[in-house]
Design a protein around this ligand. Structure first.
Ligand code: NAP
Ligand code: ZN
Ligand code: ZN
Length: 348
């Protein structure tokens, strides 16, 4: 295989820089995907800055990948050369434990292999992500993409999409339910679109007043400015489920009193400091706090097919890879509508 090209973080502080590295030839059930688009997830920023303490450098981030199959192994059945394929947050798992046998590889008992900054199960190398020109993956961990969808706008479905689709399905967002989404970012705007599409009454919470009109257009029935105490109080004890998509530390006690009896607040956002909350806000009304992580291969394909049927994609700003540092700065200022996606043809 010719050397792969990408952009890498070399430490937790510097700008991303071009890098070359090697990927193996695809094995019998593997495919080599020429990457067309890769979304920019806030997790990429947490990771390159080592905010979760598990960074490995050089790190090529990127786990919202859409590309064209350039080569297939001699036993691969799902793809042929020229097909569009998509790769998300995990690229391997033990494949035989109970969660894996149910297609819930993200909960693998032995730990799933992440798309970047993890140890590859096949060759022991450190996995390099989608800010690059190609990816080699077992076809079990790649997805087909509905032909009617814009490919740049599909890329974020592979993380932001499945991470919000899965908990909304698990906690039965649908007609008759009041669902809150906290944070109108990459994850939040997909949560809003899905909850609306499932038929729930959706309330978007935001700290950015300027996003109100967008939230309404994206499907919110109501928008609450979460810094306004009176607006928050007006929603006391009214939600069946709240999905917390916030990337920075914030007060859960502002939201727990808004849950009905037996309501659940589920965390998908991963700020670098642990959340805290008053136990009284849980015992009153037997409320729960839970969490959810991406989704397995079966549900990720189900989500992509659902998006094809309902014409759902991400709102994206397509950028060349040379603008990645500026994109990170804007992400931190909550200034993106609503996901940056790198056009990988810019990688020379
Ligand atoms: P993002 O696009 O930056 O969106 C985060 C949103 O949080 C912002 O748009 C903003 O919404 C809100 N926010 C930011 N700072 C805030 C603050 N100080 N106080 C209150 N609200 C604030 O990030 P993302 O890519 O959606 O990712 C969100 C989080 O989910 C990250 O921590 C990421 O690592 C995590 N994540 C988890 C999973 C999983 O499997 N569980 C998967 C992917 C990502 P408003 O402007 O509307 O207030
Ligand atoms: Zn992500
Ligand atoms: Zn497993």
């Amino acid at each position: 295989m010719p050397a792969s090209k990408g952009y890498a973080a070399l430490d937790s502080k510097s700008s991303l820089a071009p890098i070359t590295f090697s990927r193996r030839e695809p094995g019998p059930t593997e495919i080599n995907v020429e990457i067309l688009y890769c979304g920019v997830c806030h997790s990429d920023l947490h990771m390159i800055r080592n905010e979760w303490g598990n960074a490995v450098y050089p790190m090529v981030p990127g786990h919202e990948i859409v590309g064209r199959v350039a080569a297939v192994g001699n036993a691969s059945k799902k793809f042929k050369v020229g097909d569009i394929a998509a790769i998300g947050v995990i690229i391997d798992s033990c494949r035989h434990c109970l969660p894996c046998s149910k297609g819930e590889e993200h909960f693998c008992d032995e730990g799933a292999t992440l798309t970047y900054a993890a140890t590859d199960r096949v060759d022991g190398s450190i996995t390099m992500g989608g800010y690059s020109n190609n990816y080699v993956v077992d076809e079990r961990f790649a997805h087909t993409v509905p032909a009617n969808l814009n490919l740049a706008a599909v890329a974020p479905l592979l993380c932001a999409g499945i991470t919000t689709y899965s908990p909304l399905r698990h906690w039965n967002a649908g007609p008759g339910k009041r669902i809150g989404i906290i944070g109108l970012g990459g994850l939040g705007h997909m949560g809003l679109k899905f909850a609306h599409s499932f038929g729930a009454h959706v309330v978007q919470f935001t700290t950015s007043l300027k996003k109100k009109e967008d939230a309404l257009k994206l499907g919110a029935d109501e928008v609450v400015f979460s810094k306004d105490h009176a607006q928050m109080k007006a929603h006391a004890a009214s939600f069946d489920f709240i999905l917390d998509c916030v990337s920075a530390p914030h007060a859960l006690d502002d939201y727990l009193p808004l849950l009905k009896q037996d309501g659940t607040l589920s965390l998908v956002g991963l700020p670098d400091t642990p959340p805290s909350f008053a136990s009284f806000n849980l015992i009153t009304g037997r409320r729960s706090i839970s969490g959810s992580m991406i989704g397995g291969m079966v549900e990720t394909q189900e989500m992509l097919d659902y998006c094809g049927q309902h014409n759902i994609v991400s709102e994206v700003e397509v950028i060349p890879i040379q603008q990645i540092d500026e994109a990170y700065k804007r992400l931190l200022r909550q200034d993106v509508k609503y996901r940056f996606v790198i056009d990988m043809s810019s990688l020379k």
